[in-house]
Design a protein around this ligand. Structure first.
Ligand code: ADP
Length: 398
């Protein structure tokens, strides 16, 4: 029987999973993917085959506890039924923050779990949800090795200049207050396929825009991360579905000192009530903003686009130029309007979009710039799960 790799990506209200089959001397092949979403509210289970065929789409049974624990057990039971009871050979997890300690994938041990717990304050809204399934699966499948893959790891080799904040140097060194960067598993995937898609850019200077509910951008030099818009936490940089992105730290002091907001209230404001949702008052979802007639929905889209273009120019300066611009993730892959407007603002840098190619719908990687464009523009669907599966396999046999 072929060995399989289970990939788990757990968030605050969802547990996503993918099951890959190990293939000789080739990439793991996807077999099933799915999720339980709406945990703590109205949890729903969906599962699909590798070709996108729907295999399950149902409310979670009432006798399954409405929790991450219940969701994971339900996923495992479903997988067991669909794989004839075979256990995965290895489990890979997406973990948002590796702090200073973890700059590559790590086999999970009790000591590693303890260290992940210590890192929770660096990503208080995400990290606990990453750790819960690791603990549960260690209990349920104690013989199956687990591997943590970090969203920060790809950025670990950024030059010091781009990791620093202009705080007192010794203080920030001691406290680990520096720019870490996130979405590294997505950037790693893009860097892994770029040599086939655009060999020149792969060796040169590429700016990647990962535009999903969470959004960030990164500068790649020869496929390595040089700088990123996200920093100490996943709050910095671009505005996101519900996160502010970069904001004057003085605003936070004002909220504390003059509006007398407490830390929890400020956290909610910055992470949950801001960004596209906060600006528009309509939705955090880009599709709903496009569908809305509300002037503030348009304002939110314009703000998002303008920040992407500004960050692209800033990252291009860091790289000393830009050979390629890559769009990825939910908005980057699907939203021709956002891509068009970003490219229009970057025209002065030599970005010339092919409007027809940009408007064409496809789930495949594709070039959407005109042949004469000084900067090649690509749309490349990301695949963070595949990166995790590759690492999990490698790490488990190490
Ligand atoms: P996450 O960060 O949760 O993984 P995704 O990468 O799935 O997020 O991206 C979600 C975002 O992508 C949402 O804002 C959604 O509206 C947007 N999106 C998905 N499909 C489209 C589309 N066809 N056009 C515009 N935006 C889209």
């Amino acid at each position: 029987m072929r060995a399989s790799i289970l990939v788990v990506n757990a968030g605050s209200s969802s547990v996503k999973f993918s099951l890959f089959d190990q293939q000789d001397a080739a990439d793991p092949g996807l077999r099933y993917k799915g999720q339980v979403e709406g945990i703590h509210v109205e949890p729903r289970f969906t599962a699909k085959s590798a070709d996108g065929g729907l295999l399950a789409d149902e409310a979670m049974p009432a006798d399954v506890p409405n929790s991450h624990d219940g969701a994971l057990r339900h996923i495992l039971a479903w997988l067991e039924r669909h794989t004839g009871g075979a256990k995965p050979a290895v489990i890979g997890h997406r973990v948002v923050h590796g702090g200073r300690r973890f700059s590559r994938p790590e086999r999970i041990t009790p000591e590693v779990i303890a260290e992940l717990e210590r890192l929770v304050p660096l990503a208080p809204l995400h990290a606990p949800h990453n750790i819960t399934p690791i603990r549960i699966l260690a209990e349920l499948l104690p013989d199956v090795p687990q591997v943590a893959c970090f969203d920060t790891a790809f950025h670990a080799e950024q030059p010091e200049l781009h990791q620093l904040y202009a705080l007192p140097y010794d203080f920030s060194q001691r406290e680990g207050i520096r720019r870490y960067g996130f979405h590294g598993l997505s950037y790693e995937y893009i860097a892994s396929v770029l040599p086939q898609i655009d060999p020149q850019a792969a060796q040169g200077r590429t700016v990647v825009a990962h535009l999903g509910n969470g959004a960030s951008m990164a500068a790649l030099q020869g496929g390595r991360g040089i700088a990123s818009t996200m920093g100490f936490t996943a709050l910095e940089g671009l505005p996101m579905g519900t996160r502010t992105g970069s904001i004057d730290a003085g605003v936070v002091l004002h909220l504390l000192n003059h509006l007398k907001m407490d830390a929890r209230g400020i956290e909610q404001l910055l992470y949950k009530q801001s960004g596209l949702l906060g600006l528009s008052g309509v939705s955090s979802d880009m599709r709903e903003l496009h569908a809305s007639q509300d002037a503030r929905a348009k304002l939110a889209i314009d703000y998002f686009v303008s920040k992407i273009a500004r960050e692209a120019a800033s990252l291009a300066t860091t790289l000393g130029g830009m050979d390629a611009l890559v769009f990825t993730a939910g908005i980057g892959e699907n939203d021709a309007v956002v891509r068009r407007e970003v490219c229009r603002l970057l025209g002065w840098l030599g970005v010339a979009l092919d409007q027809d190619a940009n408007d064409a719908r496809s789930g495949q990687p594709r070039r959407v710039s005109l042949p004469g464009s000084r900067v090649a523009v690509h749309v490349i669907p990301t695949n963070e799960e595949l990166v995790i599966a590759r690492h999990a396999l490698k790490c488990a046999v190490r």
